[in-house]
Design a protein around this ligand. Structure first.
Ligand SMILES: CC(C)(COP(=O)(O)OP(=O)(O)OC[C@H]1O[C@@H](n2cnc3c(N)ncnc32)[C@H](O)[C@@H]1OP(=O)(O)O)[C@@H](O)C(=O)NCCC(=O)NCCS
Length: 216
């Protein structure tokens, strides 16, 4: 068999194998958190924060027009969630959590992207949050979205007396910010695809069509 025929036969064989055993693509979904999802949210809150908010606290958030709560799911499994409060023109990010089994795959970035896109759509001009000074993973994640340190709150965390860093991201209503979200979305989508994850219907929650995040 010539080299060329040999290569063609390998390619045909590869296509046969792929059609019988297609590479699995796992679907993930972003959605607004509603009341039925709260037991799962509470469970993840326990795992990640040892009980930051109570069920009543989450119920108030779901009912509040000033709160945005976003969940990332794979089927019934809650991968992670995030929340911000819209206070005048500031988005105060209060929670961002990814299940320990699902970390380091780009999901934290995806939820942060969703929160910031929602904040932009709600005409917020700035985003801000407090983070433990020792939480290198979270600080590094926020830095990827150009959050800067704006100050510290001394002894902010009652369990350890640890200081909080105040992080700040301005200029949410600029074309540059919109472009940076698009760019981030491309990067995150590529990272997720490499791990056989695909986001189903990204436009449904985020109105992402507006900034064309869904097209290649
Ligand atoms: C912080 C957290 C949300 C990150 O979620 P994640 O899905 O693992 O993050 P991603 O996979 O999207 O990672 C994005 C970036 O975050 C940073 N990061 C994530 N885990 C990290 C770690 N263990 N150490 C250092 N940086 C880390 C990196 O900059 C990473 O980018 P890279 O992959 O190019 O290195 C997650 O660790 C978590 O839920 N922690 C517990 C709850 C918490 O602390 N929330 C933040 C409260 S403000």
């Amino acid at each position: 068999m010539s080299d060329q025929n040999f290569l063609i036969s390998i390619a045909l064989r590869y296509n046969q194998i792929r059609s019988v055993h297609p590479i699995p693509v796992n679907s993930i979904t972003l959605q607004t958190i509603d009341h039925p999802l709260l037991p799962k949210v509470l469970e993840l809150d326990q795992i990640c924060f040892n009980g930051l908010w109570t069920i009543e606290g989450y119920q108030r958030e779901v009912d509040s027009p000033n709160s945005e709560l976003i969940a990332l799911l794979s089927g019934d499994h809650l991968i992670g969630y995030g929340c911000f409060w819209a206070i005048v023109d500031e988005a105060h990010i209060t929670i961002l959590a990814i299940h320990p089994d699902d970390q380091h795959q780009g999901f934290g970035q995806l939820i942060l992207l969703a929160l910031l896109d929602r904040a932009r759509q709600r005409q917020m001009k700035h985003a801000t949050l407090e983070v433990r000074i020792s939480n290198e993973a979270a600080i590094s994640l926020y830095e990827k979205f150009q959050f800067k340190v704006a100050g510290q709150r001394k002894n902010y965390y009652t369990d350890t007396g640890e200081n909080a860093l105040i992080l700040w991201r301005g200029q949410l209503q600029t074309a540059e910010f919109e472009d940076s979200l698009k760019e981030k979305w491309q990067q995150i989508r590529d990272q997720l695809h490499q791990q056989q994850w695909t986001l189903s219907d990204p436009e449904a929650l985020l109105n992402l069509k507006k900034i064309s995040l869904t097209s290649p």
